[in-house]
Design a protein around this ligand. Structure first.
Ligand code: FES
Ligand code: FES
Length: 166
């Protein structure tokens, strides 16, 4: 019989807030976000690193949370889809996804939004080739990807425009 390890106190920094929870040390970041912190926007897909549905940002870089241990994320800044909007103001990638019709069933969308946010928050406007490369680890069964690419390009142009007029 296997004995589950004792729970430990995890101290995480998620969407700008310090949070704590008691969890088994072998839990993935995906499991802790969804099951212990009730942040269910991050989706549970393949759990094998193949679909990108679980993508979150760790220190502004996209990370597959199904392959990361929560315990190892303790010293880092985690962003999930719940932290993208600024109050009622959507993040530019959320706004563009809505305008371009880049979500259908929506299951893949949080992962795409996080990957896209990391890309468009960097200076400059990425080419479609760069966008395709950035989202190559995110799978979508519904959209055919074209509207997603269009939405990311639109968000990137808007962010660049906003930065030049700031
Ligand atoms: S659930 Fe993490 S890559 Fe599929
Ligand atoms: S919108 Fe359905 S899987 Fe992407």
């Amino acid at each position: 019989m296997t004995v589950a390890p004792e729970k430990i106190l995890l101290r995480l920094h998620v969407n700008g807030s310090a949070v704590q929870c008691a969890a088994h040390p072998n839990k993935t970041l995906l499991e802790v976000l969804r099951e212990d912190l009730n942040l269910t926007g991050t989706k549970h897909g393949c759990e094998m690193g193949h679909c990108g549905a679980c993508t979150v940002l760790v220190d502004d870089e996209p990370v597959l949370s199904c392959l990361a241990l929560a315990i190892e994320a303790q010293e880092h800044e985690i962003r999930t889809v719940e932290g993208l909007a600024d109050g009622p103001k959507l993040h530019p990638v959320q706004q563009a996804f809505a305008e371009c019709g880049a979500a259908q069933c929506g299951y893949c969308t949080p992962g795409f939004l996080m990957t896209a946010a990391a890309l468009v928050e960097r200076p400059g406007v990425p080419t479609n080739a760069v966008i395709r490369d950035a989202i190559s680890g995110n799978l979508c069964r519904c959209t055919g990807y074209e509207k997603i690419i269009e939405a990311i390009a639109l968000a990137a142009r808007r962010m660049e425009e906003a930065a030049t007029h700031a």
